[in-house]
Design a protein around this ligand. Structure first.
Ligand code: NAD
Length: 245
């Protein structure tokens, strides 16, 4: 039911995890993919794996905390593909620290990557976005519930929720803007957390398993697709029901 044939998706944080799973899913349904990530080596490896779908893949080594990098990456993507249909912004970090142990530099680094990067990309991509396109931003369960020892992360994700709703107003009716709030998803980002609290988190997840990157990719692809043509300014929570417990 979903086709991204002749469409281009720019996926940030595309070298692994949720970004890479989304790139695979959308490429499998016909999308041309531009993969952006700060990890150049992993990016090249990811692009090679994406080649199996037979579509064009562009790699964009870039740091989303640099507005110049974001501007350049969008220009390169537009030059190669002529325009962008979807921005899926997954790049982010998840450092653990209590507020009392968070230095000014720690706080600012997180805000630069997780929040400023969102602004830089969403600003840069606007002129390149084709009519009928969409933006999907990654928030988190932490934005809704708070998260012990991740206050800076939760604060940035909360800001992304209100930013996405505001941007949805600015870009309507030409482009839809939505957010996805994953719960506990097994990627490298949560390896330590799952090592420490995996069993406890599983016990409070009604669907009885941790989420996979593919679970989130499905929600993102849905929001980019015509099946979500009347959805904008919305947040889709994907967490196996953990929010209920
Ligand atoms: P991940 O660590 O597997 O992947 C994140 C990617 O972002 C990596 O490839 C990394 O190199 C890239 N990245 C980091 N800093 C960057 C920068 N400055 N510029 C460009 N790229 C950068 O993480 P994931 O689990 O796939 O998470 C993807 C998104 O989903 C993140 O925004 C994360 O906050 C959000 N999220 C994840 C979970 C989870 O449980 N995994 C839960 C809620 C929200």
């Amino acid at each position: 039911m979903i086709s991204f044939q002749n469409q281009t998706v720019l996926v940030t944080g595309g070298a692994m995890g949720i970004g890479l799973a989304t790139a695979h899913l959308m490429a499998r349904h016909g999308a041309r993919v531009a993969l952006l990530d700060v990890d150049g080596a992993r990016l090249a490896h990811a692009a090679e794996a994406l080649g199996v779908h037979g579509n064009e893949v562009l790699i964009l080594p870039a740091d989303v905390s640099s507005s110049a990098d974001c501007d350049r990456a969008v220009r390169q993507c537009q030059a190669r593909f002529g325009g962008i249909d979807h921005l899926v912004h997954c790049a982010g970090i998840y450092p653990e620290a209590l507020v009392k142990d968070t230095s000014d530099a720690d706080w600012q680094r997180l805000m630069h990557i997780n929040l400023n990067g969102t602004f830089y990309l969403c600003r840069a991509v606007q002129p390149a976005l084709r009519d009928g396109g969409s933006v999907v931003l990654l928030a988190s369960l932490a934005a809704h519930r708070g998260s012990h020892a991740h206050a800076a992360y939760a604060a940035a994700k909360g800001a992304i929720l209100s930013f996405s709703r505001s941007l949805a107003l600015e870009l309507a009716p030409r482009v839809r803007v939505n957010a996805v709030s994953p719960g506990i998803i097994a990627t490298s980002m949560t390896r330590d957390l799952l090592g420490q609290k995996g069993a406890q988190l599983l016990a409070s997840t009604p669907l009885g398993r941790h989420g996979s990157a593919e679970d989130i990719a499905g929600a993102i692809a849905f929001l980019c697709s015509p099946l979500a043509a009347f959805i904008t300014g919305e947040t889709l929570q994907v967490n196996g029901g953990i929010y209920l417990s």
